[in-house]
Design a protein around this ligand. Structure first.
Ligand code: ZN
Length: 808
């Protein structure tokens, strides 16, 4: 980012509201680094004034609990560490702050290391890591919810001094021939990644060397069967690869589960120098592949000025899920996760021209646009009355005076992204925007299936940013590209985008009306082409989302999007006589009634664009849902996108399908960071194959921002961009995709069989125990010679055992 943009953000968000100081004084002092205040609050003597500790305290308000959590779950120590306030952290620890209290599954050490990944905090955070190990006696080997230790995190971020400091806590490696010896340096996280794998995947040679020197094993595979050498190819780091090959010469022959060596991957990913190195040749003799243009993040300043609630502080009531802190989690000048070292080469653009009215009206109807514009105009200026300057569009979508211009700039960001990728000055662009857009249809809210026209909610959306960008690309850049695909992985169905896409085919919907004089219906023809009558062949929309049947409390907003595909596998129009393609995957909601109803309700006067919806239930074991989500993409959606052969891919990137995101209450699709990273890489491969590598990703949902750099939302966006911004020329092939799917299905079958076997063994053991008990009871009865009670118990035991077995 430019210094100007940093400064402007700083002025916008730098100061907290003074009025609320007092509710969490320790947290507030920790945030700003006021050690004296912390010491004062924590020492009894300082509680002067009207409070006298000698008099005995029945006033809880004056008690200061050093481990108290605020609304978002932060203890004061978490606040100090995530703001690089090491002195405060030390004072807190010395007064009883516990290192092992977790925030979003991460303990103090995980937070200190994750914060150290932001260069601004690197020094303070290294000191914080040492302090936690020495003063708090933190256990460096403890893992977070993802199975990652502090060493996994430090290695992945390439923080060599932190890696070295943590390694001092590690025991010497056990004898390699002893399989049962504890081996923490090679501990695998939930994806099977060791710290060394993380270091190589991030392209950090020095960290990899430090780990190898302490006994890290390069050949230990992850769950996909990849070794650290495969990871070094992904991380494009020759220093890593050299160090690994020096440690284990056999590694070059290792294959992953789909049979690829590291060399195969280097060739496929377009890294001729790495390929030479792996062949044992001199990489410097080979010309390097030309670098892709630097990645771009477009984050308009205006999007930070769209307020949906009064200023947020620790003491304020729960803010609505869609609030300005979402963007701060990503882009706060010092705390934002996208300020981490791994994104240092990214061009962050904050000044953006708003979308023009012509751009907007390619997808929306004017009365709707004018309506939201007027609502915002009438709200007083935010800066003159920051507490009350809010309005609402529909009850769940709050707006302020700036919201319409924020929406125009959010859409303008996508337009700018399109211009850049078409001009070739960028290839991969992320639009960090809000308000989100994918629920906004031509007339704003899209009614749920079966509901009357004019109902429905905005779902926090004003203008459909991604559709507006796609329409702009097709219309304005018609000589450069034709086929545009929008891929939506938000947990909610992109009903607005789908409606906008379908509105490129003329339709004649009927509106019921009622006046004091008569009731009736009028037909209002509707048609918003993006270019011309070829739209239906050259516009594509796919969404994988949660879908409930409005039963048993399982209902995903907005209630539309049953699993359906209106084309054949190759994109051919479906004949009337043809059956839609089969959906073999479990967890998919099969709702033929709703599909048929939607077809009946359609008033389209011609073929509609290709739309592939997959509605998933979000039920079943939480740990297995992410895998089911991947199988859906592999089995259905990715092949369809590739068959469409887009010239440009736009992603509606919502991160609320994450296992920790509670926007939908207890149900979710169980997606995790690594799943987002995987999907992004697959979409980039399709872009390499058909779209000259061009991908524009537009932020939609994702609300689990608690924890900042360790939050589900922050980490998911970082994982998405890590995959998107990495140099990779690999193309997509249906065969490779099918191979991976087959492998996953096989793994799943084996997993199920193992579970069955374990269950059968447990039942057998239980049965054996029951029989032994019966036998013992009978023996006792016999020994007591006619003891009636024992005899009765012995007689009842088989029945009870049978009942218990039936119950399992
Ligand atoms: Zn969403």
């Amino acid at each position: 980012g430019t210094p100007t943009s940093l400064q402007s953000l700083d002025t916008m968000f730098g100061s907290d509201d003074d009025d609320d100081v007092g509710a969490f004084p320790l947290h507030d002092a920790a945030e700003v680094g006021d050690v004296e205040m912390i010491l004062k609050l924590l020492s009894k003597e300082s509680n002067d004034g009207d409070f006298n500790p000698e008099a005995g305290s029945d006033d809880d308000d004056d008690d200061v609990d050093v481990n108290e959590r605020d609304r978002d779950g932060y203890a004061p120590l978490h606040v100090a560490l995530s703001n690089g306030q090491t002195e405060c952290a030390k004072a807190l620890v010395e007064h009883g702050a516990e290192w092992f209290i977790t925030l979003e599954g991460s303990n103090a050490l995980h937070i200190a290391v994750s914060t150290a990944a932001i260069p601004h905090f690197a020094e303070q955070s290294l000191a914080a890591v040492s302090m936690l190990l020495e003063v708090a006696e933190a256990d460096a080997l403890v893992a977070d919810d993802y199975g990652k230790s502090a060493l996994h995190l430090a290695a992945g971020a390439g923080l060599v001094p932190v890696v070295e400091r943590l390694l001092r806590e590690y025991p010497e490696a056990g004898a390699p021939e002893d399989p049962d010896a504890p081996d923490p340096i090679n501990a695998r996280d939930k994806y099977g990644w060791t710290p060394l794998f993380h270091a190589c995947h991030g392209g950090h040679g020095a960290a990899a060397k430090a780990l190898i020197a302490r006994g890290a094993r390069p050949g230990k595979p992850n769950k996909a069967g990849q070794t650290a050498l495969h990871a070094a190819v992904i991380g494009r780091d020759q220093a890593c690869a050299s160090a690994l090959m020096a440690a284990d010469a056999e590694l070059v022959h290792a294959t992953c589960h789909i049979g690829k060596t590291a060399l195969d991957m280097a060739v496929a990913r377009g890294d001729p120098q790495m390929a030479a190195l792996l062949r044992g040749e001199d990489p410097s003799a080979i010309e390097a592949a030309p670098p892709a243009p630097p990645p771009v993040i477009i984050a308009p300043d205006e999007c930070f000025m769209h307020h949906t609630c009064p200023p947020i502080s620790r003491a304020s009531p729960d803010p609505p899920p869609e609030n300005v802190d979402r963007l701060q989690t990503l882009l706060h000048p010092t705390r934002g996760i996208l300020r981490s070292g791994e994104f240092e080469n990214v061009d962050i653009v904050s000044e953006v021209r708003p979308a023009t009215m012509a751009d907007v009206l390619r997808v929306h109807e004017y009365p709707y646009v004018r309506k939201i514009q007027r609502i915002c105009e009438r709200i007083p200026d935010w800066n003159t009355s920051p507490r009350g300057a809010l309005g609402t569009i529909d009850g769940d979508t709050e707006v302020c005076h700036n919201s319409f211009s924020a929406a125009l700039c959010a859409a303008g960001a996508v337009v700018e992204a399109v211009d850049r990728v078409v001009a070739g000055s960028a290839e991969k662009v992320f639009c960090a925007v809000r308000p989100p857009g994918h629920h906004a249809g031509p007339n704003g809210p899209v009614p749920a299936p079966g509901d009357p026209v004019g109902t429905g909610s905005h779902g926090f959306c004003l203008l459909n940013n991604v559709a507006l960008g796609a329409a702009y690309a097709r219309c304005v850049h018609r000589h450069s590209l034709r086929r545009v695909a929008i891929i939506d992985f938000d947990v909610h169905h992109g009903n607005g985008t789908e409606a906008v896409v379908q509105n490129t085919t003329p339709a004649a919907p009927k509106f019921q009306f009622s006046t004091p004089y008569c009731d009736g219906a009028i037909v209002v023809p509707t048609y918003r082409p993006w270019l011309d009558e070829t739209d239906h062949d050259e516009v594509f929309f796919a969404s994988v989302h949660g879908y409930g049947r409005r039963r048993e409390g399982v209902h995903f907003y907005p209630g539309s999007g049953p699993t359906a595909d209106n084309r054949n596998f190759d994109g051919r129009e479906m004949l009337e006589t043809e059956e839609p393609p089969a959906w073999p995957e479990e967890g998919i909601v099969d709702d033929p009634f709703s599909v048929a109803q939607a077809k009946d309700d359609s008033t389209a006067q011609g073929p509609l664009p290709w739309v592939v919806d997959v509605g998933m239930e979000g039920l079943g074991k939480r740990a297995e849902r992410g895998a089911a989500w991947r199988r859906v993409w592999r089995g259905k959606t990715l092949p369809a996108i590739a068959a469409f052969k887009p010239d440009l891919i736009l992603i509606s990137a919502g991160f609320d399908a994450h296992a920790k995101d509670e926007i939908q209450g207890p149900v979710n699709l169980g997606v995790k960071e690594a799943d987002y990273e995987w999907l992004t890489e697959e979409l980039c491969k399709i872009a390499n194959t058909h779209s000259q590598g061009r991908v524009i990703s537009v932020l939609e949902g994702g609300y689990r921002i608690q924890g900042g750099v360790v939050s589900a939302f922050g980490r998911s966006v970082a994982a998405h961009l890590r995959a998107m911004f990495r140099e990779n020329k690999e193309t997509w092939s249906a065969e490779a995709c099918q191979k991976e799917l087959d492998h996953e299905l096989k793994q799943r079958r084996m997993q199920k069989e193992a579970q069955e076997a374990a269950r059968a063994a447990a039942m057998e053991a239980a049965r054996a125990r029951e029989e032994a008990a019966i036998l013992a009871a009978q023996k006792a009865a016999a020994a007591n010679g006619g003891d009636e009670e024992a005899a009765a118990a012995a007689a009842a035991a088989p029945a009870a055992a049978a009942a218990r077995r039936a119950a399992t």
